[in-house]
Design a binder for this molecule. Structure first.
Ligand code: TTP
Length: 353
């Protein structure tokens, strides 16, 4: 059995972060999201992994390499444009051949992993197995209508959902899916939809088995979902201090990586302070990931993800529920007249008090 990780896409909901980098590489608890997927795949015993890439190919390659660091072998598959999840399957036929495979969306996180689900699929050999989870806003997802344990219908982002069962970003298929992805036509939004391909399998009488999962799962396409994922994953960390702490209070689950310095500060976990980060006269509150080399000085940060190399100095307020990009600098300006000075990328968002 092989695996296919989808790591192309447009990432419009995460701009401006995705203007300059791949959303699958945004770190959750200081680890790129896609690494969690790779680890879940490896844990299920699969080592032959295709990664579908688009414009951010170079960056994904630099992060994942040939896969040997994870104990897998990676083949990169270029998708010329984000033409839909079913299109990603179509362009991967050469790599997948006649094998069964698990398709994993590179921005999804499943806390309990996929091992029992892959084992079930291997044992029972349906043509496809899809995972479903109950969600509060099904209109944002592909939604399944069930009739007992049979799928009646799948609809992509329905205006009036007939159930609260959303399609989780992990699917299993055998080679029959290639007939489906070739038969379907692009949807109204111009994409080859995986929901249409699965519906085709159902309509043609192939076996598509639904599996409702009850563990925690997240599609991290939006900021609030990233922050939630960060919250959940930070809570699973085992506290550890490899850096130095001077005149500071550290409470709760906190990881302080090598080379990091926490001076005259208060850190309340769950939180992670990345390698070489400097926290001085600062407060780092619960559910915060501070990236490598970040500086937080004379400032307060809580429930946020701060990417590597960013610096936050003397801002005199608390940053909350925020995602701050790589090498961003936020500081109190000494210039007169007193004014806000910005240099913000397209589609940046700033909330002032
Ligand atoms: P989505 O989050 O559905 O799409 P997107 O990445 O284009 O984001 P947005 O809706 O905010 O514009 O994609 C799910 C995953 O699949 C994600 O990791 C990107 C990947 N993907 C591809 O690899 N190829 C594609 O053609 C599409 C649509 C997505």
């Amino acid at each position: 059995m092989k695996a296919l990780i989808l790591s192309g896409g447009k990432g419009t909901r995460l701009r401006p972060i995705t203007h300059t980098s791949a959303k699958q590489l945004v770190p959750i608890a200081n680890k790129p999201i896609i690494f969690y997927g790779i680890e879940a795949i490896r844990a299920s015993g699969i080592t032959d992994v295709g990664i579908v890439v688009g414009d951010t190919e170079a960056e994904i390659r630099a992060a994942v390499g040939d896969g040997s660091a994870f104990g897998i072998r990676v083949t990169y598959i270029r998708q010329d444009a984000p033409r839909g999840l079913a299109h990603a399957v179509k362009v991967s036929q050469g790599f997948l051949g006649e094998d069964t495979f698990v398709m994993y969306l590179g921005d999804n996180l499943i806390l309990d992993g996929i091992t029992p689900l892959v084992e079930e699929f291997r044992r029972d050999r349906p043509n496809s197995q899809i995972l479903l989870a109950r969600v509060p806003h099904p209109e944002e997802f592909g939604v399944a209508e069930l009739d007992g344990d049979r799928i009646k219908r799948l609809v992509e982002k329905p205006k009036e959902p007939k159930s609260d069962l959303a399609l989780v970003g992990v699917y299993m298929f055998d080679a029959t899916v290639f007939q489906a992805v070739k038969a379907i036509k692009p949807s109204a939004r111009g994409e080859l939809e995986i929901t249409d391909a699965i519906q085709w399998l159902i309509d043609k009488g192939h076996t598509v088995r639904p599996h409702v999962i009850d563990g925690w799962w997240k599609d991290t396409g939006k900021l609030e979902d990233m922050l939630e994922a960060n919250r959940i994953i930070l809570d699973t960390l085992v506290p550890r201090t490899d850096g130095t702490i001077e005149r500071s209070d550290i409470t709760g689950k906190v990881v302080i990586e090598a080379g990091a310095r926490v001076v005259a500060s208060s850190v309340r976990g769950p939180a992670i302070i990345g390698k070489g980060a400097q926290i001085e006269n600062a407060y780092v509150g619960p559910f915060t990931s501070i990236g490598d080399g970040v500086i937080v000085r004379g400032s307060e940060v809580e429930h946020s993800i701060i990417l590597e190399g960013a610096s936050i100095s003397d801002i005199g307020g608390r940053i909350e529920s925020s995602l701050v990009g790589r090498n961003v600098s936020i500081y109190r300006s000494q210039h007169k007249p007193r004014s806000f000075n910005f240099m913000l990328g397209d589609r940046s968002e700033v909330g002032l008090i």
